[in-house]
Design a protein around this ligand. Structure first.
Ligand SMILES: [Zn+2]
Length: 440
């Protein structure tokens, strides 16, 4: 069995000689046909070496009468200029320095192309001050098809797809040309460089930039997203979204999308710890900038919304930030007006009653048009109150995220139980509300 196997074994050199008898191949394309053999080598090195050994072997066979002059001429011609001196010594006039096109890639050499693509890519990466990139190559090029045809014609099992070589080598070349200032990043590249071999062009796809931050709403009547009415006017004078849209001018983004971790009502201020958000900056004109600088400029332009950027985020964190807010602990400050006199004593009682109290809350009537009618159980952890006048008090309410505070105060016609109204046996109303803390 072993004997039979070795009978059909065609070694690399035989295959190379057979290939070079018929095709002119550039170093990279020849080397790539044996790419999976030998580690730590480039295909260019494989190709160069194979050509040298093939020249030596063809020379030996010619001297020993195992190869005709015509066969040697074909091989030497396809090997190219390294066969020059040998041909001259043999008195053959082969014009080896003539520029020829590789039978696979169609270029003079794929190596020159790699360099050209890398230069073009780096120029584009620099135009947008990208820090990271990834190289992609479009599928089904005519080069891929030629490569497959030749590999199958010669039964080559160890070849590598040209797309792999280009992705790897263009990536390496860009990195070294930039002195490692621009790096390959497989998971979160700023820019994806796309090579189209058939059209022989390099283009790019600018990936979105995600910035994580905290926002504060210092005024009331400010919505989170920009709310445009049917006639094109704004429902509210300002929004967190608009504050962040300054990024469009600052880093030349096409679109800015705000992903916040929950939201407060339009008339509720967001104070204290601020609320977490991630802003998605689509197709920015630049990827390198000082985050503090950007933050200062956003805040300069925005009077009632302030932001602090915490750094960059990933697409994955957007989902997390959106999901997690309901599980967070929040502290609200509510200004409560009661239609009867309230005593200090009653307020002490209210504080005690609501300590660690689970509240049963049916979806408030005011949000029923956009939320399903369900019953939620949310815990009030503690309440601290301060009587301001006979009918007015302030309450600091620490509770689970997702509890509607205005209804905790009013009772919402019995839809929220227990409530301040129910406990005080009076009508209590939350007239001002601020978020002062959101746990991180
Ligand atoms: Zn080639």
């Amino acid at each position: 069995m072993r004997y039979l196997k070795s009978m059909v074994d065609e070694n690399i050199l035989d295959k190379t000689l057979a290939l070079l008898k018929k095709y002119y191949l550039c170093d990279n394309c020849l080397g790539r046909l044996f790419a999976r053999l030998g580690r730590g080598l480039t295909n260019k090195q494989r190709g160069e070496t194979l050509k040298i050994v093939a020249l030596m072997e063809a020379h030996r066979k010619l001297i020993e009468g195992l190869l005709s002059v015509e066969e040697f001429e074909k091989i030497a011609t396809n090997i190219g200029s390294i066969a020059d001196d040998t041909a001259v010594e043999l008195g053959l006039d082969l014009k080896l320095s003539e520029i020829r096109k590789c039978s696979i890639c169609g270029f003079q050499s794929l190596d020159l192309k790699i360099n050209e693509y890398a230069k073009k890519a780096l120029e584009l990466l620099r135009r947008y001050s990208a820090r990271t990139f990834l190289v992609g190559v479009m599928k089904n090029s005519s080069i891929e098809r030629k490569e497959e045809a030749i590999a199958s014609e010669y039964g080559l099992k160890f070849y590598e797809n040209v797309r792999n070589e280009l992705k790897r080598e263009v990536g390496k070349a860009v990195q070294s040309m930039s002195n490692m200032n621009v790096r390959v990043d497989f998971s979160k590249p700023d820019i994806v460089v796309v090579i189209d071999l058939d059209k022989d062009i390099v283009s790019i796809r600018r990936m979105p930039l995600y910035l994580k931050g905290l926002y504060w709403k210092l005024g009331r009547n400010i919505s989170q997203s920009k709310w445009i009415l049917w006639d094109g006017s704004k429902k509210y004078p300002y929004s967190v979204q608009e504050a962040l849209e300054t990024l469009k001018e600052l880093i030349g983004a096409k679109e800015v999308v705000l992903h916040a971790s929950g939201r407060e009502d339009v008339d509720v201020r967001m104070l204290g710890s601020g609320r977490l958000f991630i802003v998605e900056v689509k197709e920015p004109e630049k990827y390198s900038f000082s985050i503090r600088d950007i933050e200062r400029k956003v805040n300069e332009k925005s009077r009632y919304v302030k932001v602090r950027f915490l750094g960059e985020a990933s697409r994955k964190e957007v989902r997390l930030a959106k999901m997690e807010h309901a599980r967070k602990i929040k502290v609200y400050k509510a200004l409560v007006v009661v239609d009867k006199n309230v005593s200090e004593e009653q307020l002490r009682g209210l504080e005690e009653y609501f300590t660690n109290k689970v509240v049963r809350q049916r979806t408030p009537r005011r949000v029923l048009h956009r939320r399903p009618d369900v019953v939620r159980l949310r815990r009030v952890h503690s309440i601290k109150t301060k009587l301001l006048s006979s009918h007015v008090f302030e309450a600091l309410i620490k509770c689970d995220g997702g509890l509607y505070i205005k209804e905790l105060v009013s009772g919402d016609n019995g839809r929220t139980k227990p409530s301040f109204s129910e406990y005080l046996k009076a009508e209590a109303k939350c007239v001002e509300l601020d978020v002062v803390y959101v746990s991180t």
